[in-house]
Design a binder for this molecule. Structure first.
Ligand code: FAD
Ligand code: NAD
Length: 461
């Protein structure tokens, strides 16, 4: 990309941090011919997170739900630069971002920006509960799914070596999910399916001994859904043999045991585990926390993330830094793919208007005609006013609850639908297939589902 346009005006640089739902939605909608666009992310692919809980047990293969950043960038109007690197720190005054390459050697550099979009997502929260970081698996990235798969397979194989009445065998076959939000519930449902539908064929005796538990601090799992759908799900889970330990808050974890407090009796319970999956929500990433600290507690006063205004501008760095997705906080907007996607799309429309404004400002610098300058200024004012506030449209929620059933609380084209069961599962499947980012992803996911239907899941590592 040349540094200037044909008329001599400067081509401004947008640095986009992250390659998740927010950043990639922005990249896909942005007119990249209007800017120098640089994407920085340690992950050189987009990950379709809604199907991540299906991957540790092989319902869907990992390769089917990722799309390389460069392949997405290649489809843009103009060249996009991608750096596989972590953003370590942002300097809002100098307008630079310090980045470090991913890999064996560390290469570090500073990038200058006119506009920065922070879309770095969030990291799993542990609430600093002792032992969680050391002994649990999370379910956020591809590597987490691989880690869980390995642990589940190893635990089963190790248990097979022990006598049936050995308590160690029972421990190894106890799979515990902490957090009954959608991540934890969907993963537990997938694990139950794997054990019942596939493992039971290879290892019938062991499959009967496997115990899956969800430990949830509040009285319900899947609390974002209406009560009747929560009841339906909890019923299905219990009937399917998933042990729901509600009103139970984990306080400590060691190598073999979870220690949790029952919120009614205040008694501590010990839950031995072979595999522990921790899914208790999000916490800000270090780069976001660092930026919040630099801007100060008066402007950045949320523990949930970077405080933004209704135009996605970072409070304290308006006009140059924007934040979208899970790393950002705005009242009423939740950390979901749906929100991040709409924010990314919205920001592309903002940058389109800002480009027009920049062009008019540049034209004003080279003309002497006062009337023309006045008319351009009027256009500039109008364009600024046209930068609408972000309006979020909530389409609803979907979740897989196992045994080929799903729950849905959605509104499509003005029609509301709340349902549960096998038909809802078909709707869930078609919705997620439709949302996959590329034709390649849609095809691979559909093939994976067919494969599971006809020949079952792959239980190798
Ligand atoms: P992400 O998609 O997490 O992307 C963040 C990006 O930033 C990544 O590319 C990451 O590598 C990059 N990054 C991290 N650190 C740095 C750094 N220092 N510098 C530069 N880049 C960095 N939401 C729904 O609406 N529906 C669902 O069905 C659903 N299912 C989910 C299932 C699971 C298992 C999980 C974990 C989440 C699910 N979500 C769902 C939530 C949804 O995935 C998130 O809300 C969404 O990914 C947020 O998008 P994002 O762009 O903010 O962050
Ligand atoms: P979450 O915040 O939705 O749920 C975390 C759960 O963990 C809560 O129910 C909380 O009470 C529980 N918890 C917290 N500390 C605990 C403790 N010490 N002991 C026991 N339980 C504890 O987290 P999530 O499920 O990871 O979801 C994160 C975000 O991603 C949410 O915004 C969610 O809506 C979104 N998401 C959506 C879908 C979907 O739409 N199908 C799927 C996955 C994630």
């Amino acid at each position: 990309q040349s540094a200037t346009f044909e008329n001599g005006s400067k081509r401004k640089t947008i640095v986009i941090l992250g390659s998740g739902w927010g950043s990639i939605s922005l990249l896909k909608s942005l007119d990249t011919s209007q800017y120098n666009v640089i994407v920085v992310s340690p992950r050189n692919y987009f990950l379709f997170t809604p199907l991540l809980p299906s991957t540790p047990v092989g319902t869907v293969e990992l390769k089917s739900i990722i799309e390389p950043v460069r392949s997405i960038a290649r489809r843009s109007a103009s060249e996009v630069t991608y750096f596989e690197a972590d953003a370590l720190a942002v300097d809002p005054t100098k307008k630079t971002v310090h980045i470090k390459s991913v890999g064996e050697k560390d290469y570090e550099t500073d990038l200058s920006f006119d506009y920065l979009v922070v879309g770095v997502g969030a990291q799993p929260t542990t609430f600093n509960i002792p032992g969680v970081d050391k002994y649990s698996s999370f379910l956020k990235e591809i590597s987490d799914a691989q880690d869980i798969r390995l642990k589940v397979m190893n635990s089963i194989e190790q248990a097979a070596l022990l006598e049936q009445d050995d308590p160690e065998r029972a421990r190894l076959l106890s799979f515990v999910v902490v957090g009954g939000g959608p991540t934890g519930a969907e993963f537990a449902a997938e694990l139950r399916d794997y054990v019942d539908q596939d493992l039971s064929k290879w290892m019938p005796s062991i499959s009967k001994e496997i115990k899956i538990s969800i430990v949830e601090a509040t009285p319900h799992i899947l609390s974002m859904f209406p009560q009747n759908l929560i009841d339906y799900s909890q019923d299905l889970f219990t009937k399917g043999g998933i042990d729901l330990r509600l009103k139970t808050a984990v306080k400590k974890v060691d190598e073999t045991t979870i220690y949790a407090e029952n919120r009614d009796t205040k008694e501590m319970e010990s839950i031995p585990y072979g595999v522990l999956v921790w899914a208790t929500g999000n916490a800000p990433r270090p780069v976001a926390k660092n930026l919040m600290e630099q801007l100060g507690p008066e402007k950045q006063n949320s523990r949930r993330g970077l405080v933004i205004n209704d135009k996605m501008e970072l409070v304290g760095a308006e006009g140059s830094i924007y934040a979208i997705g899970d790393c950002a906080f705005y009242p009423g907007l939740f950390p979901t793919a749906q929100v991040a996607h709409q924010e990314g799309d919205y920001l592309a429309t903002v940058f389109e208007k800002l480009h027009k404004i920049d062009q008019l400002k540049f034209a004003n610098e080279s003309i002497n005609d006062a009337n023309k300058i006045k008319s351009n200024n009027t256009k500039i004012d109008k364009l600024y006013k046209k930068i609408d506030k972000f309006h979020y449209h909530h389409y609803g929620s979907l979740a897989y609850i196992g045994n080929e059933q799903a729950i849905a609380d959605v509104t499509v084209n003005g029609y509301s639908f709340k349902g549960a069961g096998a038909m809802t599962f078909l709707f869930w499947k078609s919705a997620y297939l439709g949302m996959c980012i590329s034709l390649r992803n849609k095809f691979l996911v559909a093939m994976d589902w067919c494969k599971v239907y006809f020949i079952g899941r792959d239980s190798s590592i």
